[in-house]
Design a protein. Structure first.
Length: 722
């Protein structure tokens, strides 16, 4: 249980987020957004805006700041504003007004007159289903159409037809947005041919790469800085419009430029989560053994088709043992803002459908839903030979059921006064991944060590993990570690996304520590070193040899060195040919539905997770609870309503509902800790995303248990329960 090393800075307001950086001569930019969903900008009259008080520049597709297409190997092409007169969604950044003050920039932005040649817009997923397109294969190579059939079975339809019990239903999930606490923002400084950009993101070296591409600069001329990030969740993986615009304008004007999206602008000027429609069919023996599982998904995507919410892909990679499996993943291009990764992309909405369907099947079979899940517990992803490296889902359910009092659940819930009370459960899974990462460790003669990498701590607690794994690897107290993240000048640290950061960074820290300690021993026993000619080893934070012991600081001082530095790298490798890797979990919830008002209140939450080794129990618990609450939010609160003209009707925090403290009961979290060193040396499998997976289904399942009403879409509203 370690407090966050950056906690005091954060709670006292001393942590400097991107927009908190101020410089002499700093000016302010305001982003102009489109007010149609589809068409061409035929003209932008900026005369009034340009002559408004304090205005320094007005940029648009007619005066585009010299921004180019930008990409990274991880994400492919990232959308860069002002590059086209084509409008593909309502709320698209189409202009940037820079003035001496924020208010002047905002006022002038209101004076920009845009003329459009509007074209018909397609904004509704339901309307677009007819023109759905096959999705490309997923990033891990999973195909978007897959059918694994038992010998002698011709098609999934035949397998379903031959199943004694069949459950078939269609589920849907709403368009959502990350609504990070910190709105997307940037401060850009152009000085001596170097562009420095302060902007919250999920990997400083990736952001530097994108900015360099957009600005046509060498990577070495771009410096991305983001020591603090106010929430990211996938929505800051790519560089945001304000960062591109602030950087372009800083170069054009030779002044530092700050750009901060308003809360309302964040909803459309940055990417969110796609809406989905999912058809599931389950065929089973009467004893619950799955015979067939079919999962067909449609997700909305923007017209650039740059992201697919891979709900069916998740089902094909993970989940249940079944003799026959078929998935398909389609996308529906709409005139809506870009979609992107959002916490547990694929698994979060996918698990709502699959785990609701499993509950429905359990009811049809008159079986306990946990028993049904355990009967079909997979030992490997369906259709694959590679067994899970470690899987303790059964233990998660066993412990969870006992802690939660599952045995007191009845098929029709219970009544307490005016409240109908139900219990629900669901499986959680999220693949255990990692990315390449490089870490530098510097041992200093004052007995401290600096551990640095360009990865980000978007609130996950990675900075503290760096400190803890660094301390463990060097065998010294964590107080003597200075962890550093969030600067592209540090070695490339990969991305804090995909629940990978602890595994990727931690493994690289261990590699760097091994190297730097080897070099320390070589230095100690080298000619002129304090252990010259003596066989030395390192233990308990000390160099040992010839009956003597010295700290690394003492060795460095004796050798006349101020510091000793080494890099270490890690990347996924051979282990991928030997096992399949995933985190697992069991979600439980108790929901009360008021008999008369039909409001649904969550009264208890429990998540039990098999995420490998937990490095910091305190931060891990917070991370898991955050995910579980997000599951509640998805189930009962969040959903963007798209007007016919493509505008989000509720794109603000007054009407895009997220839970407040009063909506959330005590949440209980338990980790079954089996370090998975088959996956990586640290043994962590990742827990950034799994906390939310399955929870929305668990809530829908609990509501059914309480009321007998099955709601197959989220968010679930009062009117669904009338
Ligand atoms: Mo996450 S959606 O990979 O930040």
């Amino acid at each position: 249980m370690t407090n966050r090393v950056d906690g005091p800075l954060k709670v006292t307001g001393r942590a400097k987020y991107g927009a908190d950086n101020n410089f002499a001569g700093l000016v302010h930019g305001y982003v102009v957004l489109s007010t149609i969903a589809h068409g061409e900008i035929t003209a932008m009259d900026v005369t009034a805006a340009k002559s408004a008080p304090g205005v320094l520049g007005v940029y648009s597709p007619f005066d585009p700041l010299g921004l180019n297409a930008a990409s990274t190997p991880i994400f492919g092409e990232t959308w860069v504003p002002l590059r086209s007169k084509e409008v593909a969604y309502y709320g698209q950044p189409i202009g940037f007004v820079v003035a001496e003050t924020y208010e002047q920039a905002r006022d002038a932005a209101m004076l920009v007159k845009v003329s459009y040649h509007a074209r018909p817009a397609l904004t509704s997923l339901a309307d677009g289903l007819a023109t759905a397109e096959d999705a490309p294969e997923a990033r891990d190579g999973s195909p978007s159409e897959l059918s694994v059939l038992a010998d002698g079975v011709e098609s999934i339809e035949d397998a379903l037809a031959a199943s004694p019990v069949v459950m078939e239903a269609t589920y849907s999930t709403a368009t959502q947005h990350h609504t990070q606490m910190e709105p997307h923002s940037a401060v850009a400084v152009w000085e001596s041919g170097v562009m420095t950009v302060y902007s919250g993101n999920q990997g400083a070296n990736l952001q530097a790469m994108e900015l360099a591409g957009a600005l046509g600069l060498d990577l070495g001329s771009v410096h991305a800085v983001n020591p603090f990030v106010g929430g990211a969740f996938g929505g800051k993986a790519r560089t945001s419009a304000p960062a591109f615009l602030a950087a372009g304008a800083a170069r054009a004007l030779g002044r530092p430029v700050k750009a901060v999206l308003s809360r309302e602008q964040v909803f459309s000027a940055t990417a969110g989560r796609a809406a989905t429609v999912q058809k599931i069919a389950l065929g089973a023996e009467r004893d619950g053994t799955l015979i067939a599982l079919r999962h067909d998904s449609w997700c909305s995507t923007a017209m650039d088709r740059s992201f697919v919410e891979p709900t069916s892909h998740g089902t094909s990679r993970e989940w249940y043992a079944t003799q026959n499996l078929a998935i398909s993943q389609k996308m529906v291009p709409l005139h809506i803002p870009p979609t992107t990764f959002m916490r547990a992309p694929g698994e979060a909405p996918g698990s709502f459908a699959l785990e609701s369907a499993i509950d429905e099947l359990a009811i049809a079979l008159e079986m306990d839903p946990i028993e049904l899940r355990m009967r079909n517990n997979s030992t490997a992803p369906p259709g694959k030979d590679l067994q899970w490296s470690s899987k303790h889902l059964d233990e998660c359910f066993r412990i969870g059921a006992a802690r939660f009092g599952w045995e007191r659940r009845t098929p029709n819930g219970r009544v307490e006064g005016d409240w109908l009370v139900g219990l629900g459960t669901a499986t959680a899974m999220f693949p255990a991944l990692r990315f390449p990462a490089t870490v530098e460790i510097v041992l200093r003669d004052d007995e401290t060590a600096v551990v640095s990498t360009s990865g980000a701590d978007p609130g996950t607690g990675l900075l503290t993990v760096v400190s803890l794994v660094g301390a463990e690897s060097l065998d010294i107290p964590a107080e003597r570690i200075t962890p550093r993240l969030g600067d592209s000048a540090f070695p490339p640290g990969g991305m804090s996304g995909g629940s990978t950061a602890t595994a990727s960074t931690g493994t690289a820290i261990m590699a760097a520590a091994a190297t730097v300690l080897d070099e320390l021993l070589a230095l100690a026993s080298a000619p002129g070193g304090p252990f010259e000619g003596v066989e030395v080893s390192y233990a308990d934070g000390q160099v040992l040899g010839g009956g003597r012991a010295m700290t690394f600081g003492e060795v460095l001082r004796a050798a006349g060195r101020a510091e000793l530095a080494a890099n270490g790298s890690s990347a996924p490798g051979e282990e991928l040919t030997k096992h399949s890797f995933s985190s697992f979990g069991a979600q439980f919830c108790e929901v009360r539905v008021h008999r008369w008002t039909r409001e649904a209140r969550v009264s208890r939450l429990l998540g039990v997770f098999d995420s490998g080794r937990i490095i910091n129990a305190k931060a891990a618990r917070s991370q898991a609870i955050g995910g579980m609450i997000w599951g509640v939010s998805a189930a009962l609160h969040e959903g963007l309503e798209i007007e016919e003209n493509g505008r989000f009707a509720n794109g603000d925090l007054a009407s895009y509902l997220v839970p407040v403290n009063a909506d959330i009961p005590d949440a209980d979290v338990h980790f079954v800790q089996y370090p998975d060193t088959l996956h990586n040396a640290v043994g962590a499998k990742g827990l950034g995303e799994i906390g939310m997976v399955g929870m929305a289904a668990a809530i829908a399942n609990a509501i059914h248990n309480a009321t007998g009403v099955r709601v197959r879409h989220i968010p679930i509203m009062i009117e669904d329960l009338l």
